[in-house]
Design a protein around this ligand. Structure first.
Ligand code: UGA
Length: 430
């Protein structure tokens, strides 16, 4: 099929590359000329396992092309995906200006029946608004379909290839046939495709992210309970997760959830409910709990290093989770800011996210490896569960550190083992 992806961020680039890998003829369109030139030269703007190989292979074989021209990328296509960003406005609302700009450009250039697929996360009712914009500007036939994206950063290619489900919002039989054709490689291997009303599809996305954020905040809210009573949150999660009604996933206590999705989507629900004069207390609590929890790690450090001024604190992990270089809403940023306020010296190491963190904190010390970061440090804080920290040589770490304090905000170590090596240990909720 002939497909165009508008927007070459995570969603657009990963989906576009993967659709081309299934044999479609895909154009990835972006107004950012530098980005498109880099992509043409094989330079991928994000770190995502497996993506580079897929982009290069399909570009070389001519199925994947990059363009900055709406005119070239829209005319003659069967499916056009809108995958542009919906950043959060200060009010918590999603900013839809890029979506509506894309709709205007589609209206200008479509010349045959086109299924326009809204993939970015958008407030319920947006697909209808996009339809209104395009309808008012063209007489060419088209359908707007909602197809929310459930890719996880760091596992996006795998998630595209093996989705738990594909959600399609449309009541048009004509659009349904096109979409069924497009996702045939998925339905052939029994991946469920659910068709529903557009508004319902739009809400499935927000509700799924908010539920996952709720599970994490629920567990993080129990961590002080565990710390006061001697219970271990990791074992609590295991015990709960074996209940088939609860399930084991997304129950890991952590420094707090981050990234470009959970915080934004929970706040978008709050904004929608409050601006409709509906009680949003439940969702507000999820958001507030997370913000409060992200700030609680300073006290875990203070247990061992009461006075932080001029002390050296090593941070292991800057990205909001492993296998990504994304630091948006990462708990590490909150902690670094607090440490700097206390006059501490911060040395940080992350396998992928140093460049992005430098944009926020240009003046802290960045290390080449985890060992350099802990050299002469008074404490080390594990903020992201990268594999390199799991397999670290702790005897070497001990020799390098000035004071032997480990604060494990991802609970990746065995507390008894760490203590037996001569460290002080604090986890989250244990
Ligand atoms: C999330 C959803 O998982 C995707 O399904 C969705 O498509 C995406 O948002 C989106 O809306 O685009 P993502 O933000 O990439 O994906 O990351 P997750 O793997 O879901 O992790 C989010 C945060 O929760 C991370 O900070 C992670 O460390 C934290 N987390 C996750 C926990 O604290 N505990 C857990 O048990 C699991």
């Amino acid at each position: 099929m002939k497909i165009t992806m508008i927007g070459t961020g995570y969603v657009g680039l990963v989906s576009g590359a993967c659709f081309s890998d299934l044999g479609n003829d895909v154009t990835c369109l972006d107004i950012d000329e530098e980005k498109i030139n880099n992509l043409r030269a094989g330079k991928i703007p994000i770190y995502e396992p497996g993506l580079k190989e897929i982009v290069q292979r399909n570009a070389n074989e001519g199925r994947l092309t990059f363009s900055t021209s709406y005119e070239d990328a829209i005319a003659g296509r069967e499916v056009v995906f809108i995958c542009v960003g919906t950043p959060q406005l200060p009010s918590g609302k999603a900013d839809l200006k890029y979506i509506f700009q894309a709709a205007e450009s589609i209206a200008k250039h479509i010349n045959n029946f086109t299924v326009v697929v809204q993939k970015s996360t958008v407030p319920v009712g947006t697909a209808k608004r996009i339809e209104g914009i395009i309808r008012s500007k063209t007489s060419v036939d088209f359908e707007i379909v909602s197809n929310p994206e459930f890719l996880k950063e760091g596992a996006a290619v795998k998630d595209f290839q093996n989705p738990d489900r594909i959600i399609i919002g449309t009541e048009s039989e004509r659009a349904k046939k096109v979409i069924e054709n497009l996702y045939r490689p998925h339905s052939r291997v029994n991946r469920p495709i659910l068709f529903m009303k557009r508004e319902t599809a739009e809400l499935v996305k927000y509700a799924s992210n908010a539920m996952l954020a709720t599970r994490i905040s629920f567990m993080n809210a129990l961590t002080p309970f565990c710390e006061k009573t001697g219970a271990d949150i990791k074992e609590v999660a295991k015990g709960m997760g074996l209940d088939g009604r609860i399930g084991p996933r997304f129950l890991q206590a952590s420094p707090g959830y981050g990234g470009s999705c959970f915080p934004k989507d929970v706040r978008a629900i709050i904004d929608f409910l409050e601006s409709s004069q509906v009680n949003a207390q439940f969702f507000r609590a999820i958001d507030q709990l997370n913000e409060f929890h992200k700030k609680s790690h300073l006290n875990r450090i203070r247990k061992f290093v009461p006075e932080l001024k001029d002390k050296k604190i090593a941070i292991w992990g800057l990205s909001f989770k492993p296998r990504t270089d994304d630091v948006r809403e990462s708990a590490s940023l909150t902690l670094i800011e607090q440490l700097l306020e206390q006059g501490a010296n911060v040395s940080a190491y992350d396998p992928e996210a140093i460049e992005n963190t430098k944009k926020v904190f240009p003046n802290i010390e960045y290390s080449q490896n985890p060992y350099e970061a802990v050299n002469a440090a008074n404490a080390v804080v594990v903020m992201t569960e990268w594999d390199v920290f799991r397999s670290i040589d702790l005897n070497k770490v001990k020799e390098l550190m000035l004071e032997k304090n480990i604060i494990d905000c991802r609970n990746i170590y065995d507390p008894a083992e760490i203590k037996s090596l001569g460290f002080n240990y604090a986890g989250v909720g244990r």
